[in-house]
Design a protein around this ligand. Structure first.
Ligand code: UDX
Ligand code: UDX
Length: 475
């Protein structure tokens, strides 16, 4: 066996200081004080934000993250733009760059764009002077490790690599809790060679610093890569399944929450991920399913591809259905009307807006000439505008940039967003929305005072007694 692969890990590098790389490395550094962890990124502003003395400036918002960063940063956790130096020094390198859906060429709109992963592999191959364990942390199509290996082996200068897959299962908003208490950690590698097994064990040892060994699962690389896509596809499928039933509930007088409770108490089904909503968002579900669908089609499995694609079709339907219900309830037009959005993030407790249902709902209403007033406790104005411009770039709507800027208004406090509104739409389930003074809001709104609760978080009975006309999902 190559002796260098058997040495304990002293230095870790992670390329990509995003929603996954940042919190994951912060927790590894917190729990493994003897390992120096360096997180690098090509975006200097991101690194400057991670290094900011003011912890409110950290580039991502996650409950508990500040505390972990305070404990480890400067001790054994470092953020830097010097990618080459971090690669050289590390025995283990995580690749945690983004893998968006391709927006061009072959596989456009479906396949994962691996250009950043490939760039990382090339950079590692060019810079490395001793043996490395390369860990895929980004979610990747099954068999990507083969492409990484081919680059590393062909560009490289005699250095030996072990490639592991170690997909991340954390959910945003609960990332630190999920990392501290992971249900399982998955490590895919090559069991059949001593070097492969040693690399898997080295990574397992890191997680074993804080997790019970029985939760650390080892598989072959392809199973590990595919498990990540499958886990996200199953979770998204549950949301689409309950959302499909929510449409039927609205037609039949059944209540989707009662149905969810009834089926969720069957231990074979379980209660989680059965919350009907305006539609799932986030950086993973849609991208990973599209990717799965693309892989199935490329393998000639069209029935399997169609099956999974339906999860996305149902989600698009749910977002459109919510927006169209607002328009039809407001007497078939929202032209010139003030629609107040509570929430923009794709879920509570995060400032992440990737694929958020809010931007799709806003686009549909803005095409019908609505004036949208948004209040979200964590999302910035620039982000909201850039989300709508992103949908322009996909031709999702035909609003011009100037129109976007005149029809969307961002508020830093809730009540100004809500006053004189024709309707309120709840797009994110932030806890604070529940405790607002709804009587004061009612008094300041135009009548009839419509509320469209896309997250079923408001107390419908109480709001009705105040005088609101409230619409909830699946009720
Ligand atoms: C992650 C995963 O890695 C992705 O595969 C998963 O499906 C979604 O979550 P995430 O951490 O959320 O991505 O992405 P993002 O917050 O965009 O962070 C990626 C970072 O990588 C960015 O800060 C970007 O600047 C950096 N990057 C990208 C590099 O440092 N080098 C590159 O070549 C490309
Ligand atoms: C997901 C996976 O849960 C995580 O394991 C993986 O690593 C990354 O993708 P994330 O996207 O951060 O995590 O959040 P998640 O809690 O899964 O929610 C995704 C979307 O589904 C959100 O928009 C959420 O509001 C929605 N959702 C979730 C529902 O509408 N109903 C539910 O019952 C659960």
């Amino acid at each position: 066996m190559n002796p260098s692969l058997n040495k304990p890990i002293k230095n870790i590098a992670c390329i990509g200081a995003g929603y996954v790389g940042g919190p994951t490395m912060a927790v590894i550094a917190q729990k493994c004080p003897k390992i120096k962890v360096t997180v690098v990124d090509i975006n200097p502003q991101r690194i400057a934000d991670w290094n900011d003395e003011d912890l409110d400036k950290l580039p991502i918002y996650e409950p508990g993250l500040k505390e972990v960063v305070t404990e480890a940063r400067g001790r054994n956790l470092f953020f830097s733009t010097d990618v080459d130096a971090a690669i050289k020094e590390a025995q283990m390198i995580f690749i945690s760059v983004n893998t968006p859906t391709k927006t061009y060429g072959k596989g456009k709109g479906m396949a994962a764009d691996l250009k950043y992963v490939e760039l990382c592999a090339r950079q590692i191959a060019e810079v490395a002077t001793d043996d490395k364990i390369v860990v895929e942390k980004s979610t990747l199509p099954v068999r990507t490790a083969q492409a990484i290996r081919s680059i590393l082996d062909n560009v490289g200068n005699g250095v030996k690599y072990q490639i592991l897959s170690n997909p991340e299962f954390l959910a945003e908003g609960t990332a630190i809790h999920d990392l501290h208490n992971a249900d399982r950690v998955l490590i895919g590698g090559d069991h059949h060679t001593p070097e492969g097994q040693a690399a898997m064990d080295a990574l397992a040892d890191i997680y074993a610093q804080w997790l019970p060994e029985k939760r650390i699962l080892q598989t072959n690389v392809w199973s590990s890569e595919l498990s990540k896509l499958t886990a996200n596809a199953f979770l998204a499928q549950r949301v689409s399944s309950i959302n499909a039933i929510s449409a039927l509930c609205e037609k039949t007088g059944a209540d989707v929450e009662e149905v969810a409770r009834a089926i969720g108490s069957d231990s074979r089904i379980g209660p989680k991920f059965l919350k009907a909503s305006v539609g799932f968002g986030g950086s993973c579900f849609q991208k990973d399913i599209l990717n799965l669908v693309y892989i199935c089609r490329s393998q000639g499995l069209s029935e399997v591809a169609d099956y999974w694609e339906q999860v996305i079709i149902m989600n698009d339907y749910q977002k459109r259905r919510f927006a169209e219900n607002i328009i039809s309830t407001l007497y078939n037009t929202v032209s010139g009307k003030k629609i107040a959005f509570l929430g923009w993030a794709f879920k509570k407790d995060t400032n992440d807006t990737r694929e958020t249902a809010a931007m799709y709902v806003a686009s549909t209403l803005m095409e019908d000439k609505a004036e949208i007033h948004v209040y979200d406790p964590k999302v910035t104005e620039e982000q909201i505008i850039s989300d709508l411009e992103y949908l322009s770039s996909l031709n999702y709507h035909n609003l011009r940039d100037k129109q976007i800027r005149t029809q969307i208004h961002i508020h830093t406090a809730p009540y100004t967003a809500l006053e004189n509104a024709h309707a309120i739409a709840v797009l994110t389930e932030w806890d604070e929305f529940k405790s607002y003074d709804w009587r004061r809001i009612y008094n300041a709104m135009l009548k009839p005072a419509f509320v469209f609760d896309g997250r079923n978080i408001l107390n419908a009975k109480e709001l009705k007694s105040i005088g609101f006309k409230i619409y909830q999902i699946g009720k």
